[in-house]
Design a protein around this ligand. Structure first.
Ligand code: HEC
Length: 470
């Protein structure tokens, strides 16, 4: 799809040089990639009918499906060939008996989803549903690709050189996961924030890596707002727009409408399916509790931060909406799930920002994975000035690994305590690299934290069979 590629690059250039926010044009989504079969006006009217009707109850807002109905945006059709006529037929007749998959027998779809629609409405609705998967194919040309090489990084100081990009490039990662603090801005001036993103964009190697691999990003405090900021940050909506523009979320992405930037993506066919879940630990995070200034000074000497566990019932890391979304994501079939959280999850207790500061929220995530029976979960996190590999054995149906990468281009001052540490920790600037060998009956997952010189600092090898609920 060279056409889309150049379109994206053109938008990126505009973002950077002119400082004009990319304009959301429906024509972009419905343009040349759709061919001549459905006209943009019908698609637009169809979207209104879809969202105002019963469809989202079973197929979700953007058609990505849920436990009650299948994904309408992928290329796996249960009925028909995905042509406009087949989609129209499916909506018109509905289904009395499920196709025997996850929905088998349990839920049905009434003709027209139980709605009253005239021929014109049905045409428009069909055009919209049909466009969903074409649009996704345009936006995600590589989702069918089996992903076996993944790099990840957290904390990149844009005012220093970032030689790591070339090292990462040489490893040819298919996915590059940004765990947060991709720029250390910490400002409520959006022009200032934009300037910091531009510095990142100008780093040698970064643009080339962006051309060669797919970036998936979440944010942390300093690319969201201020140091350790949460829901109280006044510019969070504006910051979110900048973030999504810089990381090129397509105009139709649910991230554009929802509160916060959480997102997920799946790659590869069943048996080799990777799911990446990006959490937003900022947008709705409640207040943190701090120790006294004296105690903070004491703690700093031991490599510890100033925070206390806030075990108030209402202490909140994720919004209710995000929790519900996460539950649905964990029900999605996948073989390996990388949950990206900008701050460490397993480590306790460092006094720095981590899930341990909100013990009830931490328990809630553990319980959610237990209750959904989600297999294959590994956590990736950042934010600490050091790198660490942590393992939790309690409260979880299998060992829960949390791979924490320190800064990409700053050396840490100290290594904090971590009673779940496996092996040693490291302060050198580093990034993460993961290699999955899907060719084996029991796939091997090699995880490493590497220096700019490509030296392996920390290493952990896992078998996929070790990440299954008992
Ligand atoms: C009560 C839940 C429910 C509602 C409401 C519903 N659907 Fe469905 N839909 C389903 C289920 C379940 C299936 C798959 C049935 C099967 O397993 O064969 C399905 C299948 C489809 C398919 C075929 C997908 C494929 O992979 O072949 C399309 C298209 C579709 N629905 C569109 C719609 C539209 C448009 C609406 C709104 C008018 C709607 N549905 C409302 C549950 C629902």
């Amino acid at each position: 799809m060279p056409r889309i590629g150049s379109d994206v690059r053109r938008r990126r250039r505009r973002f950077l040089r002119l400082g004009v926010l990319p304009v959301v044009v429906l024509a972009w989504a419905a343009g040349p990639v759709l061919g001549a079969a459905a006209d943009p006006d019908a698609i637009e009217r169809g979207a209104v009918i879809y969202r105002g009707g019963t469809c989202p109850v079973c197929h979700h807002w953007e058609g990505q499906g849920n436990r009650r109905g299948p994904d309408l945006t992928d290329e796996e059709w249960l009925h028909g060939d995905g042509s406009l006529a087949a989609v129209r037929g499916a909506i018109e007749t509905g289904f009395r008996h499920g196709a025997g998959r996850r929905f088998g027998g349990k839920y049905e779809m009434w003709p027209l989803g139980g709605m009253e629609l005239d021929e014109g409405d049905l045409d428009a609705l069909s055009a919209f549903v049909w466009s969903l998967h074409r649009r996704r194919r345009a936006a995600d040309t590589r989702t069918r690709e089996v992903v076996s090489r993944i790099a990840f990084a957290s904390g990149a100081d844009q005012d220093r050189s970032q030689p790591a990009w070339d090292t990462v490039l040489a490893l040819r990662p298919q996915l590059m996961l940004m765990l947060g603090n991709s720029v250390l801005a910490g400002t409520d001036d959006m022009l200032e924030l934009r300037l910091q993103y531009e510095k990142l964009a100008a780093k040698p190697g970064f643009d080339e890596l962006r051309r060669q691999s797919r970036f998936l990003a979440t944010w942390n405090d300093l690319d969201f707002g201020h140091e350790d900021a949460g829901a109280e940050f006044a510019m969070r909506a504006e910051s979110k727009e900048l973030f999504l523009d810089f990381w090129e979320a397509p105009p139709g992405s649910p991230r554009r409408r929802q509160q916060g930037i959480y997102a997920s993506q799946r790659f590869g066919p069943p048996g080799r399916r990777l799911q990446v879940i990006l959490l937003d630990t900022r947008y709705d995070r409640g207040p943190l509790w701090r120790v006294s200034p004296d105690e903070a000074t004491n703690r700093a000497a031991r490599g510890m931060g100033p925070y206390l566990p806030n075990d108030h019932q209402r202490a909140r890391m994720l919004s209710e909406e995000q929790w519900r979304w996460l539950e649905e994501e964990l029900h999605e079939p996948a073989d390996l799930r990388l949950i990206v959280t900008s701050i460490p999850f397993v480590m306790e207790f460092t006094g720095w920002e981590s899930w341990a500061n909100m013990p009830l929220e931490r328990q809630r995530l553990l319980a959610l994975v237990r209750n959904t029976g989600a297999n294959g979960v590994i956590l990736l996190s950042g934010n600490t000035p050091w790198s660490d590999i942590s393992r939790l054995d309690a409260d979880f149906p299998y060992p829960l690994w949390d791979i924490t990468t320190g800064s990409l281009n700053r050396r840490g001052d100290a290594i904090g305590p971590n009673r779940h540490r496996v092996g040693s920790a490291a302060r050198e600037p580093n990034f993460g690299y993961m290699d999955i060998d899907w060719t084996q009956a029991d796939p091997t997952i090699r995880i490493e934290l590497r220096t700019v010189a490509n030296r392996v600092l920390l290493r952990q090898t896992l078998q996929l069979s070790q990440l299954q609920p008992k």
